[in-house]
Design a protein around this ligand. Structure first.
Ligand code: PLP
Length: 477
């Protein structure tokens, strides 16, 4: 998520981001000072933030948790279904949904019952149980590329282990990644170019202090959705190239779909040159169908990662793929993957309950019906108020773009989006009772959960109509 912030920022902002996003005095960020006036009566939230800053570094547990449209994080006291309540008692329809982790909604009864049941057994951690096998079987039956899996705790760990495994299996070091695609916070992937977007194989620099710049020599970065550049790069680097890693639906730039030519080239050229294809489905898995983006696109990678929704709101991630590759993990192979808290029984039980829900008949019909209505009517609201906003979505996640004309097809298009207007929109949405996370105002992903009903969508749209009307009024002044 943070990755998308960097390209259109001033040097000062990039510097701030390198140190984990500044939490106070962010008036240099577009829109922040104005937005402060819009959102009032958050006394308890603001007081809590002051307290938090005394003990938590920067006042947060995760650098990006400050909502820059507010200049502080929101502190929530309670959550149920598609709604959250802050410390000041304000209620919001949640269109962040834990950055995609709570696809079933907050406090889902099935997940909760599974967690309570496993707690009754003692929830012995760091041991295997029959639940682990059952979850692994269900995943292999649901996601096309999975023949064997391993569990980890976060999306970051999943991509880290997958890249290590790809290198161990192929004996090669380099990998191709795509501009703006986000793969977590470990040292191997925290690189981007600071130049103009859209460049072929630009010079990369680390996106955080503390990441050794030398790691960039193993990364080849290409623009998304350009099959000819991909084919040429794979052909050229094949002898050193372990893998191509990508977001198969590029939600970290809102919602950018791969063209058919690009999706087919990913599979075809990697197979031809014996390079592994990795789909990072940390965000896309379960979003539009049980088999994730790979099922939706009809393209089966060699390896994939799953995160967020796979844990049903609890910390679990997965990596896996062809058995022949997965055999290279210790103890059958020589590639290390281990961890005390890997596959703790609580998230494993939560994940089993979540997967069972995703596989229920009608689950995705409900998601797609709500998606059509929410995305379609929000677009109409923008038009009606003559605000230059647009919406692109697939399944339960979507992007909002301001000031971008036509379809967003890659990161360069997404960069044209107006960050200031986004922050103003988010502040007004929050004021009107709809919660969005800000991601620095850049084009990024938002989403709803399956607990949302038709009348919740209607209510969200009414609230957003008021927010957009206020945005239009501000623009006309
Ligand atoms: C595609 C993708 N990969 C990896 C990650 C990192 O996941 P986590 O935040 O669980 O470490 C994210 C997080 O947004 C993501 O969207």
């Amino acid at each position: 998520m943070v990755q998308a912030i960097r390209h259109d920022q001033s040097a000062a902002d990039v510097q701030l981001q390198r140190f984990g996003l500044q939490l106070t005095g962010r008036d240099s960020l577009p829109g922040t000072a104005n937005n402060r006036k819009v959102v009032d009566s958050m006394q308890k939230v603001e007081e809590q933030f002051r307290q938090a800053q005394r003990y938590l570094a920067g006042g947060v547990s995760s650098s990006t948790r400050v909502n820059q449209a507010l200049n502080h994080p929101l502190f929530f006291e309670r959550a149920q279904g598609c709604r959250v309540w802050d410390l000041d008692g304000r209620e919001y329809i949640d269109l962040c949904c834990s950055h995609g982790a709570t696809l079933l909604g907050h406090g889902d009864a099935g997940v909760r019952a599974a967690v309570e049941e496993v707690l009754q057994t003692g929830a012995a951690c760091s041991y295997e149980s029959s639940l682990h096998t059952e979850l692994a079987r269900l995943l292999c039956e649901t996601i096309p590329c999975l023949e064997r899996v391993r569990f980890t705790g976060s999306g970051t760990e999943a991509t880290m282990h997958t890249l290590r495994l790809a290198r161990a299996y192929t004996g090669k070091k380099k990998f191709i990644r795509f501009e703006g695609n986000f793969h977590g916070y470990h040292d191997q992937v925290m690189f981007g170019s600071s130049g103009e977007p859209g460049q072929n194989q630009p010079q990369l620099s680390a996106q955080s202090a503390g990441v050794p710049e030398e790691l960039a020599e193993h990364i080849i970065q290409l623009p998304y959705n350009q099959p000819e550049l991909l084919e040429a790069a794979v052909r050229h680097h094949a002898s050193d190239l372990a893998a191509v890693i990508c977001e198969p639906v590029f939600y970290n730039a809102g919602c950018v779909l791969p063209t058919n030519e690009f999706a087919n080239a990913l599979r075809q050229v990697t197979s031809q040159y014996e390079v592994l294809l990795i789909f990072d489905e940390v965000l896309s898995a379960f979003r539009m169908g049980p088999g994730g983006a790979q099922e939706h696109l009809g393209v089966t990678p060699d390896l994939c990662t799953l995160g967020k929704a796979v844990g049903g709101g609890y910390p679990l991630s997965v990596f896996g793929g062809r058995a022949e590759i997965m055999q290279h993990l210790m103890p059958s192979g020589d590639c290390q993957h281990s961890g005390t808290y890997n596959a703790h029984p609580v998230p494993v039980a939560a994940s089993l309950a979540a997967l069972k829900a995703y596989r229920q008949p009608g689950f995705y019909q409900h998601i797609h019906r709500l998606a059509d209505r929410l995305y379609g009517e929000l677009s109409e609201i923008f038009q009606r108020h003559r605000v230059d906003g647009s919406v692109q979505g697939l399944g339960a996640r979507f992007g909002i773009y301001f000031g971008v004309h036509g379809q967003v097809r890659d990161f360069s298009d997404a960069q044209k989006h107006n960050r200031q207007r986004m922050l103003e929109f988010i502040a007004l949405a929050i004021q009107n009772g709809v919660y969005f996370h800000d991601y620095g105002g850049v084009a990024c992903h938002h989403g709803f959960c399956a607990a949302t009903t038709d009348s919740d969508v209607e209510e969200a749209l009414e609230r957003l109509d008021s927010a957009v009307a206020e945005l239009a009024e501000r623009e006309s002044n």
